[in-house]
Design a protein. Structure first.
Length: 312
């Protein structure tokens, strides 16, 4: 088994097709099939299920894929370290951030890395926490911020901060009297709510609070896009429940919001920074992890990131 075969194999799995993989790798399809056959012979097990619709990994193939992705990523990082000039930190670092986290820390983090580490190529991936967790499990990311400490058991999860969730609606919304600065959870449930779908960790967290009190929320729409959800709320279709980071960019769009606390149910969400064992991180990934923690602390302590408490 050689590294070239592993690279070919991971590319085939990710494309779901020999034809697509051959185009991406610039190698003839028969030669690619031959390399895969050699790999299967060496493993002694079939690695792919083949059909007219493409290919999918077998259970053995999926296990090999996960480990191969990690090995190839580590090799690329090792080569990057070996090639760098003495004293210079360089290399590509991929960071997965959920949408609300991107709103709060995305721009300050990228700016900080560009200023301090111009030779680091920072790759920021925005997505739902479930998708970010899956990418972390597959070894496609170096770092990620997630909302549970058991998403990827084999990796290190360090608590960053705890966010409080608020009821959010436009400043001029008639749904809640202007004199109110908080609502009970029962009052919140009676509002027309626009929330993420049930696959979203935030929705499950909110639903658990309602269920504990045998309260049924009036959900009028389910939207997993943060920008679309906030636009629908601002258009007067309802209210939502989000951390304050969801409003981070709203002021720049000329939108004025109210954020009401929930008086009888303080709903919070903890943020964790995921990585491989810190001692195994590349210098570039370690530098980005450090800057992410420092940037988070600076934003919270300066009051720019509101409604949160530091835990690290």
């Amino acid at each position: 088994m050689d590294l070239r075969q592993l690279r070919y194999f991971t590319c085939i799995v990710e494309n779901g097709s020999f034809a697509k993989a051959s185009r991406q790798l610039f190698i003839a399809q028969p030669a690619l099939s031959q390399q895969l056959a050699k790999l299967e012979d060496e493993v002694g097990k079939p690695l792919l299920n083949r059909s007219s619709k493409g290919v999918t990994p077998t259970d053995n193939g999926l296990a090999l894929y996960h480990h191969a992705r990690f090995m190839l990523r580590q090799l690329d990082q090792a080569l990057s370290i070996a090639r760098q000039e003495s004293g210079e930190v360089r290399g590509m670092v991929s960071v997965g951030l959920p949408a609300t986290t991107v709103s709060a820390i995305g721009l300050p983090l990228v700016r900080r890395i560009r200023e301090r580490y111009p030779s680091i190529l920072l790759n920021v991936v925005e997505g739902m926490s479930g998708h970010i967790g899956q990418m972390m499990r597959l070894g496609q990311l170096d770092l990620a911020v997630l909302f549970s400490n058991n998403v990827v058991p084999d990796l290190t999860a360090i608590a960053l901060l705890e966010e409080e969730l608020f009821v959010m609606l436009p400043r001029e919304s008639p749904l809640v009297p202007k004199r109110r600065t908080s609502l009970t959870i029962a009052e919140t449930a009676r509002l027309p709510l626009i929330l993420p779908t049930s696959t979203h960790g935030l929705r499950r967290r909110i639903s658990a609070e309602f269920e504990q009190r045998n309260i049924t929320a009036q959900v009028v729409a389910e939207i997993d896009s943060l920008s679309l959800l906030m636009s629908c709320v601002y258009d007067g279709m309802g209210a939502t429940i989000k951390p304050m980071s969801a409003l981070q960019l709203e002021g720049e769009r000329g939108r004025d919001w109210r954020a009401l606390s929930i008086s009888d149910a303080r709903i919070t969400r903890r943020n964790y920074l995921y990585s491989i064992e810190p001692t195994m991180l590349s210098p570039a990934a370690a530098a980005v992890a450090s800057e992410l923690r420092d940037t988070t602390r600076r934003l919270v302590e300066s009051g720019e990131w509101r409604g949160v408490e530091l835990t690290a």
